[in-house]
Design a protein around this ligand. Structure first.
Ligand code: S3P
Length: 417
């Protein structure tokens, strides 16, 4: 599908972004091994989370509307064939951890993009725990009784941390992960609420073997990474839209802090807790840009999913923006460093792609063009936001990929514009 985006001067309205994708995956996976029925309202409507739901169903779990029929720690049964993770790296990596600890073997399959993404980062630690793991195709499990390990994560990854913690629920002794950057902590938060013995000490998180987990009843907060596209749009249009009920867990909001450091005024109002996660409404004051974007190191890792949207913003900042230490973007759903450089260059931006980031000179007058999403939801949405500020029409090829995390994206865009 080709989506056409036309320029806007102003945005107006209030929207609810889809349920947080990361929390939704975890709710489905952990709810499946709880002792009893969990209730989850507001699950992400995206295809990635559907992939996790269908994998859990194939493993014998009943999932109906907002109910997850937890089968207990030892109640999963072998699926009849390979589990299809489609485009979802989170599904494949988290399930690799859970299934490595089961007494049966599982095969995890994915689409063309997922099949080329790195899996050694999760297989290494699982092997250390005594799990049987092979790749490709990814096969895990069948050898029971894992042992706890103390894992020092070389590069930041919430998926790897979560896979190890899930396996750790079945392992003898304590399993711990020490990170260099605190990545999103939704697994730890949910496990603690379910009664697991989780210990968090700075950058180290540890879990003990669990005999049972309590089911839960939660409302999933809105996805901050989906809100990030509207944050960029609102800031560039100097418009005061309202984004209600967005998850603002501090491990997810580095993007808002970065923008505020640049002179934006992004406020979190009406703070509350839902599902043990901080939630708020996002509101905007007036933006006074003073400087270009310069980010690297820890900060880059903390907002990895928001970097394509940040690149769009950087095209409109005065001066040379440098976004560094982002080589992880090369192994996301596509090579996001190349994809954004190609798309924004086609629109007339002055962007050069480095080994691990971008250098973007602004401000520049964007021109509508035909651009390629490369089948990557975050690229499609970022280029659509760029299109709102480009002269003429922008056509995004393969725009249906927004369904991966945000099926209503283009409806929301039309409403706000
Ligand atoms: C996710 C972790 C991040 C993120 C992805 C979702 C998660 O990936 O980019 O969109 O839900 O744990 P990495 O763990 O590979 O950094």
């Amino acid at each position: 599908m080709i989506a056409t985006v036309r320029p806007v001067r102003h945005l107006e309205g209030a929207i609810r972004v889809p349920g947080d994708k990361s929390i939704s995956h975890r709710a489905l996976i952990l709810g499946s091994i709880a002792s009893g029925v969990s209730k989850v309202r507001g699950l992400s409507t995206g295809a990635d989370v559907q992939s996790t739901a269908s994998c859990m169903r194939a493993l014998g779990v009943e999932i109906e509307g907002s109910s997850i029929g937890g089968v207990g720690m030892t109640g999963l049964r072998a699926a009849e064939g390979p589990l299809d993770c489609a485009n979802s790296g989170t599904t494949m990596r988290l399930l690799a951890g859970l299934l490595a600890a089961q007494p049966f073997e599982s095969e995890l399959a994915g689409d063309e993009s997922l099949s080329t993404r790195p899996m050694d980062r999760v297989m290494g630690p699982l092997r250390e725990m005594g799990a049987a793991v092979a790749w490709p195709p990814l096969k895990v499990g069948g050898r029971t009784r894992l042992r706890g390990i103390d894992y020092e994560a070389a590069s930041p990854s919430a998926q790897v941390k979560s896979a190890i913690l899930l396996a750790g629920l079945y392992a003898d002794g304590t399993t711990s992960v020490r990170e260099t950057v605190k990545t999103r902590d939704h697994t730890e938060v949910m496990l603690a609420a379910m009664g697991a013995n989780v210990m968090v000490d700075g950058l180290r998180v540890a879990v003990e073997r669990a005999e049972s987990l309590r089911p839960f009843d939660i409302d999933v907060p809105g996805d901050f990474s989906a809100a990030a596209f509207w944050i960029v749009a609102a800031v560039l249009a100097n418009s005061r839209i309202r984004l209600a009920g967005v998850g603002v867990n501090p491990t997810r909001t580095a993007f808002a802090h970065t923008l505020n450091d640049l002179g934006c005024d992004i406020r979190i109002t009406n703070p509350r807790l839902e599902a043990n996660e901080p939630v708020g409404d996002i509101a905007f004051g007036l933006t006074h840009f003073q400087r270009p974007v310069t980010v690297g190191g820890t900060r880059t890792a903390e907002m990895i999913d928001e970097l394509p949207a940040l690149a769009v913003l950087a095209t409109q900042m005065i001066g040379t923006s440098v976004i560094a230490d982002a080589s992880e973007l090369r192994v996301k759903e596509c090579d996001r460093l190349d994809a954004m450089a190609e798309g924004l260059s086609a629109m007339g931006a002055d962007i050069s792609v480095e080994e691990d980031g971008w250098i973007i000179k602004g401000p520049c007058r964007l021109e509508g063009a035909r651009v390629d999403s490369r089948g990557d939801h975050r690229i499609a949405m970022s280029l659509a936001i760029a299109g709102l500020f480009a002269a003429g029409k922008t056509e995004i090829e393969g725009a249906e990929c927004v369904d991966i995390s945000y099926p209503d994206f283009f409806d929301h865009l039309e409403y706000l514009a």
